[in-house]
Design a protein around this ligand. Structure first.
Ligand code: FER
Length: 276
């Protein structure tokens, strides 16, 4: 391993010799509007949170020809430290990514819930995003998600309610949340994705004391990061942990920085695997 491929994270040396591109970039036009295919829709959703004691917002994507007589799996898709329930829509048009994948039979029809992951009375993306109070909001969201948002979604939309039909994924802070909440609630989530995860992911050995038990239990663990992202050692460390314990997972490293290009590409690949 070349010296420039070794970096230090905390007390441990992280080797990046096996940073690999698992997938090429998503095909051209993957998040464009194509007028000749069926389209889903995005609607505003609100729910009462017993955590914040406020009404909170989410955006919900319903797939093309959404039919209340059918049941759909649900992906909870979480934003980064400066975002809110609009961030994914502004960055990468998950609605169009899914419309396009579904029309090609590359993804199953699913509902995507894009919440505000900063569970505070004032959850707006304003002020110092890195303040301890704001960061605490991202941890508070665990209870809001499990006790308030998921039940509200399930009573307002026609969804499956078992873990096999529920996924959690996110970018940066939302990637860290997906790791924290996903692995501590495997009874609720069978598919987990973290794109460019931030340092809010709990200490992995405490979060996952028995990694061998994940084998066959989690249907998908999807990790990605750009090799020009200053946060890549977070993802590398988790990848190495899973590799050391022979836990199957996807590890996709591209040449991106901390930016929406890699998040869109990885949403495309994650969405084409989840629930299949
Ligand atoms: C940090 C660096 C980055 C951190 C969070 C982030 C909590 C999040 C970045 C993002 O969500 O884009 O030290 O600490």
């Amino acid at each position: 391993v070349a010296a420039d491929k070794i970096s230090v994270q905390g007390n441990s040396i992280v080797l990046s010799a096996d940073d690999v591109r698992a997938f090429p970039d998503a095909p051209k036009g993957y998040k464009d509007y194509h007028k000749d295919i069926p389209h889903g829709k995005v609607e505003a959703f609100s729910y009462y949170s017993t955590v914040t004691k406020t009404k909170r917002k989410a955006n919900v994507y319903l797939p093309p020809n959404y039919d209340p007589d059918e049941k759909y799996p649900v992906l909870y898709l979480l934003h980064g430290i400066g975002g809110d329930e609009t961030e994914w829509l502004r960055y990468d048009s998950p609605n169009l990514v899914l419309d396009n994948l579904i029309s090609e039979d590359e993804a199953v029809p699913m509902i995507i819930v894009m919440p505000n992951g900063r569970a505070l009375k004032d959850d707006r993306a304003v002020g110092d995003m890195f303040s301890p109070e704001k960061i605490q909001g991202f941890a508070n969201f665990e209870k809001d998600l499990l006790d308030c948002l998921i039940p509200a979604i399930q009573s307002n939309y026609s969804t499956y309610t078992d873990r096999e039909h529920r996924a959690i994924a996110g970018l940066s802070m939302g990637g860290g949340q997906s790791i924290n909440f996903g692995f501590s609630h495997l009874d609720s989530f069978a598919w987990i994705g973290a794109f460019s995860a931030a340092p809010n992911a709990e200490k992995i050995p405490q979060l996952i004391p028995d990694p061998e038990s994940l084998v066959g239990e989690v249907d998908l663990i999807y990790l990605s990061c750009g090799n020009n992202d200053g946060l890549i050692n977070i993802s590398r460390g988790f990848h190495q942990f899973l590799k050391d314990h022979d836990v199957p997972h996807i590890w996709n490293v591209d040449d991106a920085g901390h930016d929406p290009v890699t998040w869109g590409n990885n949403l495309y690949h994650f969405a084409s695997k989840v629930f299949q």
